[in-house]
Unconditional design. Structure first.
Length: 181
């Protein structure tokens, strides 16, 4: 692992350790806070560990597009959070970051690693709505998940081999098989 990846790993680790601090109101929220950082960080660090420069560029594009769209909507709409728990509820940034990372992992490296990433991202969304968190409603979380998914879906291609993905089009549903030569 080169020096930049080591520095990023240290920064990510510090952020993750800090994220479960006094800001969290419940175990679910603290766990969701950590996972929402770990999923995209795992996708990003995978590009370094696998020497996948093309994937890293795709990650940058999807990550920054996701962040720009999410925060532009947050500030443009300024929806109050549940029970006067702050502002800028729509869309959920935690959920958009989680699904951006999960979709990047899935699209770039396949379903075997994508399924656990999606399950973890779904947990993050759940943690923002349920329990003591009560930071978002289902619309906030669903929109965040959609933004994160679309940002990676648009910019990310398959790394190696065969990738099987669901396909949805005008009045058509199916499975796509993508083969890298």
């Amino acid at each position: 692992m080169n020096r930049v990846a080591g520095i990023l790993l240290c920064i990510t680790t510090c952020f993750v350790l800090q994220s479960g601090s006094a800001w969290a109101k419940s175990n679910e929220e603290a766990t969701g806070d950590m996972i929402q950082v770990l999923i995209p960080a795992s996708g990003y660090l995978s590009t370094w560990l696998l020497h996948d420069k093309e994937g890293r560029i795709q990650f940058y594009k999807s990550f920054f597009t996701n962040e720009a769209v999410t925060y532009a909507l947050k500030y443009a709409i300024n929806k109050p959070r549940q029970e006067n728990n702050g502002d800028y509820s729509f869309p959920s940034g935690h959920t958009s970051a989680s699904f951006q990372g999960a979709t990047f992992i899935h699209k770039r490296y396949g379903w075997k690693v994508g399924i656990p990433a999606y399950l973890a991202a779904a947990y993050v969304g759940w943690s923002r709505v349920e329990g003591e968190s009560d930071k978002h409603d289902l619309v906030d979380v669903s929109t965040g998940a959609l933004i994160g998914t679309l940002s990676s879906w648009y910019f990310t291609t398959t790394w190696e081999g065969v990738c099987i993905t669901p396909e949805v089009g005008d009045h058509a549903y199916g499975i796509g098989v993508h083969i890298s030569w």
